[in-house]
Ligand binder design. Structure first.
Ligand code: DPM
Length: 340
């Protein structure tokens, strides 16, 4: 795609959330390229079509991205908007994350059936049914709230809300960012703090995937702090080899030039856990960074040394977790889930 081409073709999944997210990014792009036209090309992915099996059991890494990436590689579309947390840490050859936009609230939230108005995970009656299909959420719920019952839930967000309100579930856990984008803030009963629930790598941030040669077109959309935090998180996940469905979770923050990263992994019943924190200074460091690609994310427009430091923070923390036995815990949790 040449920079003076007339139309950007934007690939998106067909779900309402995906289309809202795609339009948010198009609005930002229009500010930078006011002369451009945008055309959305929406498609179903394998993950949208298989609705009868829990996600981690399907076992395909790029479940929600493959068809869109093929359209990018073939030139059918010029960019694809993803939730960063759905984007694997290794991208197909020739593709890259050209931009990561400012992160929304990265935490998870609890939505309740209206009959439980005013309650929280702590005050729900014993045996209340909570819907989620995330190993990360399942393990943390089992560990922190053993009296709750966890039941698998699939489908897009509207389907999940309908199942909640029809009484199939007492509560469901969703990312606050997605709830906000859907305009459902009023349904949040509780925002889950770090002490109760760490979030998924990349949660709350939108990413633009593009052909590597086009990265510089999209990099002005990147939000530096988000980029640094999420590169640290993705480097951790990549080193653990976990993939999107591993029971691995994080929190990160950038404060006074210091990047903080906490990461944990759990066995499926939440009984075994390893959690570690680390930090690094991003000011006045004099380490030379030679990498150009950080888990598929390009360094265009950002201080390469800082990105390299963020990358190493994630890699080192992952290796410390591996020394504590993280690989065995993650593998066992994934195997237990696929065989049960
Ligand atoms: C990934 C997970 C889930 C999505 C696993 C996890 C949740 C699956 C479920 C990798 N992708 O979080 O541990 O609960 O059944 C997804 C959502 C968003 C992006 C919805 C959500 C919106 C938030 C964002 C599904 N992907 O997690 O509530 O943009 O970060």
């Amino acid at each position: 795609m040449s920079k003076d081409g007339k139309v950007f073709k934007v690939g998106s999944r067909k779900s309402e959330l995906a289309l809202i997210q795609t339009n948010l990014v198009i609005e930002d792009l229009k500010k930078i390229y006011p002369e451009r036209k945008f055309e959305i090309v929406s498609m179903h992915t394998m993950g949208d079509q298989i609705l009868d099996r829990p996600l981690p059991k399907i076992g395909e890494k790029s479940l929600f991205t493959k068809e869109l990436e093929e359209a990018l590689s073939s030139g059918e579309v010029d960019l694809v908007v993803h939730s960063l947390k759905d984007l694997p840490t290794a991208l197909p050859d020739g593709l890259a994350v050209g931009a990561i936009l400012e992160r929304e609230d990265a935490r998870d939230g609890l939505l309740l059936n209206p009959k439980h108005r005013g309650l929280s995970l702590k005050t729900l009656p014993p045996n209340s049914i909570i819907g989620t299909s995330s190993l990360r959420r399942i393990a943390q719920l089992k560990r922190q709230f053993p009296s709750l019952v966890i039941k698998d839930i699939r489908g897009n967000l509207q389907t999940r809300l309908r199942k909640l309100d029809s009484g199939d579930y007492d509560g469901i856990i969703l990312a606050v960012a997605g709830i906000h984008r859907m305009g459902w803030e009023h349904r949040i009963s509780e925002i889950l703090e770090e002490s109760d629930m760490l979030y998924a790598v990349g949660q709350g941030a939108l990413a633009v995937e593009c052909r590597t040669a086009d990265c510089s077109i999209f990099s002005p959309l990147s939000h530096i702090e988000t980029l640094l935090r999420t590169v640290a998180e993705r480097s951790l996940l990549c080193t653990l080899g976990g993939g999107c469905s591993a029971p691995v979770a994080v929190t990160s923050r950038l404060e006074g030039g210091i990047l903080h990263l906490t990461a944990a992994c759990w066995s499926l019943d939440g009984s075994i856990t390893e959690q570690l924190s680390s930090k690094c200074s991003l000011v006045n460091e004099n380490k030379s960074g030679t990498l150009e690609m950080y888990c598929g994310v390009t360094n265009a427009g950002v201080d390469e040394q800082k990105l390299s430091l963020a990358h190493h923070l994630g890699v080192n923390l992952a290796n410390d977790l591996i020394d504590l036995g993280a690989l065995k815990i993650i593998e066992e949790a994934k195997t237990a889930n696929t065989s049960s």
